[in-house]
Design a protein. Structure first.
Length: 351
């Protein structure tokens, strides 16, 4: 018997053990309790959104649903630090976590490498998840370009994929398909090629949004940030990356403001909602724009200073259209760096 317990009766010891077990169960329940944080209006998220090292996600980076409106809806969420996506059910005012679906199996020296999934889209029966296609995030400069060249290359390869799968309700109906063809297409784009494999803090190329519209994938770039205040969206046929069609790549430069990039895209109606935010890692302004998906004209729908804070310290990372009413279009915004994405619904003018 451990030192200090020799004088305790068996009955008393049993009570101590029971109390300890009860406390452990309580703590486990609390860890999986609905997320509310300290923010007013945060939707509760029931169950575990699985993130890095099996913990609750703090890096939600994308969401899309199989239906454009209505509740409940079957949807898919991505965390940018894992190899899987996760089904969720979106109800009016809450989210319920569901099953996971493995997306990639890349590894380096037997260590799993993340997809760095940054966006989710749904179209024509398929969910699409896009990797960042960028240099690994390394704000502390722990990766040396020469010493760690092999690891950097492996991590870039893992993130340079688009994955798609068919879904039947809240589960996958087909095996996942993976493609790395987008990287080769970007290498042939003069406006993008020189930014490939640069670090984000060096104005490197990184993708953070995806939408699928009229048979074309729209890849939205957080970086590079161009001096004329324009952010890039690359449009190309779905069949050029998941088939043998000609790339027919089209580059759109959207005027989102100096230092801003695309943080998410969401096809809606006859166009696209664009979540814009800082291209760099520093805090900055966020906003939602309307884009027709064809030209380079955008229209500001709503500044998000009241949602992300005056200094933009809350990183709005994912955008989901919810429903329409007389007051406008309600959308759900999820945040990077917040437990389970801390979803908040806001209303924007009708596009």
């Amino acid at each position: 018997m451990p030192r200090g317990l020799s004088g305790i009766s068996p009955a008393a010891l049993a009570r101590i053990i029971a109390t300890a077990l009860s406390l452990a169960v309580t703590l486990a329940v609390i860890s999986d309790a609905p997320t509310r944080e300290d923010d007013d209006g945060v939707w509760p998220v029931y169950g575990k959104l699985l993130g890095k090292k099996g913990k609750n996600s703090k890096d939600v980076s994308g969401i899309a649903c199989a239906r454009p409106q209505g509740f409940p809806r079957s949807c898919v969420v991505i965390d940018d630090n894992v190899q899987h996506a996760q089904f969720v059910t979106v109800k009016d005012g809450e989210i319920i976590a569901g099953d996971m679906i493995p997306l990639i199996d890349n590894n380096y020296k037997r260590e799993a490498l993340e997809l760095d999934g940054e966006g989710v889209a749904y179209a024509d029966g398929f969910y699409y998840v896009i990797g960042s296609h960028g240099h690994p995030r390394d704000s502390d400069n722990e990766l040396d370009s020469k010493r760690d060249a092999a690891e950097i290359a492996a991590r870039i390869a893992a993130s340079s994929q688009i994955v798609r799968f068919r879904a039947d309700g809240a589960s996958a109906a087909t095996p996942v398909e993976r493609t790395g063809k987008l990287r080769a297409i970007m290498e042939r784009e003069p406006a993008l090629a020189s930014y490939l494999d640069r670090r984000l803090e060096n104005n490197g190329l990184t993708i953070e949004g995806i939408a699928v519209r009229r048979g074309r994938i729209l890849a939205g770039f957080r970086g590079p940030s161009f001096s004329n205040g324009r952010a890039v969206v690359l449009s190309l046929p779905v069949d050029s990356v998941f088939g043998e069609a000609s790339p027919d790549a089209r580059l759109h430069r959207l005027p989102l403001g100096e230092g801003r990039g695309v943080r998410d895209l969401a096809a809606y109606g006859d166009g696209v909602l664009v979540l814009a935010g800082p291209a760099a890692s520093d805090p900055g302004p966020y906003a939602i724009y309307w884009w027709n998906g064809e030209t380079e004209d955008v229209r500001l729908l709503r500044d998000l200073a009241d949602v992300v804070g005056k200094k933009g310290t809350r990183k709005a990372e994912a955008l989901l259209p919810l429903d329409e009413s007389a007051s406008g279009l309600r959308v759900l915004i999820l945040f990077d760096g917040r437990k389970k994405g801390a979803p908040v619904a806001v209303t924007i003018p009708q596009p």
